[in-house]
Design a protein. Structure first.
Length: 262
């Protein structure tokens, strides 16, 4: 067994003549909350897509608990224990909140299509268990009261929570959150930070992409920084705030020189 839950080694992704991610290394231990930051276009979401099988890396390796994920289809990676949310909310608008969570839970169901078509005992049992478990996940993220409400009727912040609940429904070991605080008001962001800590405390490791530095500083133990597809820094959030390379990536060379001379 590896000492790390996730090991990404020299991960590279090329689109035509553009290298979107170049030899990025990242290791995460079980029980951590890790951040991945960088300016727009830095390659953060592309890196997530390489982990989750949306893209096949053109170089490097991704391993979960020592087992190679490269080449696996996204649903196989989900079954292995990796779940994610997206920058743009992707819920089934006409489905209820509970039904949305049950879609996520289906990733771990063992009953196949034949069992569902003929409504065999295993399928019925998993559906019954799914309702109970789905409510538990909705309760966990704080929106159980909307279980029977179409997801389109939920507020933006609650839709974000629902997307997290659906991801948790796959029972992941590692949860990837892509811009979870985007569009949230300050109160919702405070609640989100509490939820992320709660997820970690429940035994799920978290890696999040986030632009809001208050959220990053509030929940992440360590943070990696990408710029133009390359990892330029990694460390504790308070260290990175003083790193000239990080300041330059976000604010420009002049700001980095000012920080270095401060």
């Amino acid at each position: 067994m590896s000492d790390y839950l996730l090991e990404a080694s020299k991960v590279t992704k090329v689109f035509g003549g553009l290298t979107a991610v170049r030899e990025v290394d990242l290791t995460i231990r079980a029980g951590e909350i890790r951040g991945l930051i960088g300016p727009n276009g830095a390659g953060k979401t592309t890196f997530f897509n390489c982990i989750t099988g949306v893209y096949k890396p053109d170089g490097g390796q991704v391993r979960l608990e020592g087992s190679r994920l490269n080449g696996l289809k996204p649903h196989r990676i989900t079954k292995a224990g990796v779940a994610r949310t997206f920058q743009q909310i992707r819920l089934f608008a006409e489905m209820t909140s509970l039904e949305n969570v049950q879609v996520g839970m289906d990733a771990k169901h063992r009953a196949g299509a034949i069992s569902a078509i003929f409504n065999l005992p295993r399928h019925r049992r998993e559906n019954e268990e799914g309702s109970v478990e789905g409510l538990r996940f909705l309760r966990f993220v704080g929106i159980e009261r909307y279980a029977n409400e179409p997801s389109r009727n939920l507020s933006y912040g609650d839709q974000r929570r629902l997307e997290i609940a659906r991801a948790l429904g796959t029972r992941p070991k590692l949860l990837l959150l892509d811009e979870p605080a985007a569009g949230m008001n300050p109160r919702e962001k405070e609640g989100l930070m509490d939820l992320i800590r709660k997820i970690r405390d429940s035994g799920v490791t978290v890696l999040l992409i986030e632009h809001d530095m208050k959220v990053v500083m509030g929940v992440c133990e360590r943070v990696a920084v990408l710029d133009h597809g390359e990892k330029i820094a990694e460390g504790a959030p308070e260290e990175l705030q003083r790193d000239p390379r990080v300041i330059e990536a976000y604010l420009g060379r002049g700001a980095a020189e000012d920080a270095a001379g401060a």
